[in-house]
Write a protein that binds this ligand. Sequence first.
Ligand SMILES: [Ca+2]
Ligand SMILES: [Ca+2]
Ligand SMILES: [Ca+2]
Length: 194
Amino acid sequence: MVHDDSLGTTPGFYDIGEGLADVRITPKTGSYFTRTGAAGGYAIPVGTGGSLEVMASGSALGGVVVKTVTLGAENVKQVFRKGEAASTDGDADGMPDAWETFFGVTDPAADADGDGYTNLQEYQGNTDPTLATSYPGSDGGSVTPPPSGGGGGGGGGGGCFVSNVGGAAPGALAALALGLLALFASRLQGKSAR
Ligand SMILES: [Ca+2]
Ligand SMILES: [Ca+2]
Ligand SMILES: [Ca+2]
């Protein structure tokens, strides 16, 4: 779930209407990434063990948020809040420090992945400067953004909950599944989460 906690009435919790859409969720490793739906939800398969850095980025956040997620056999709910976003740009090249560090790029004029767009253009387009299939205007998403439910205000979901769609099978993909996106996650795994 990605939300602007300052909008609602309950500090520290997701309130309906706080969700931020089109925020890119990028795990440090793996081939999956996604963008949040209208209610700020997302679900993405990442793995079943260890820890993983995950970055949320996009203009709706006003910067980037990087979190370290501890993975296990069950789904992990990871919340990103706008108030946590960092936009410090120490070298004033237009790309925030945290974004440069996460992707390992430093030169705004370079084209690290050879897709025809500079690293700066990729930051501005909220795409991956290290992935040639991701460039401004076409993110080449590996995971379709989840359905937004009944409306931009959060559909019928509202609260956040965690479902276990990873199962016990070795190697099964666990997921970061948030809020009303648990249903979407269960579809990914082809079985009911209930
Ligand atoms: Ca910079
Ligand atoms: Ca590029
Ligand atoms: Ca790219």
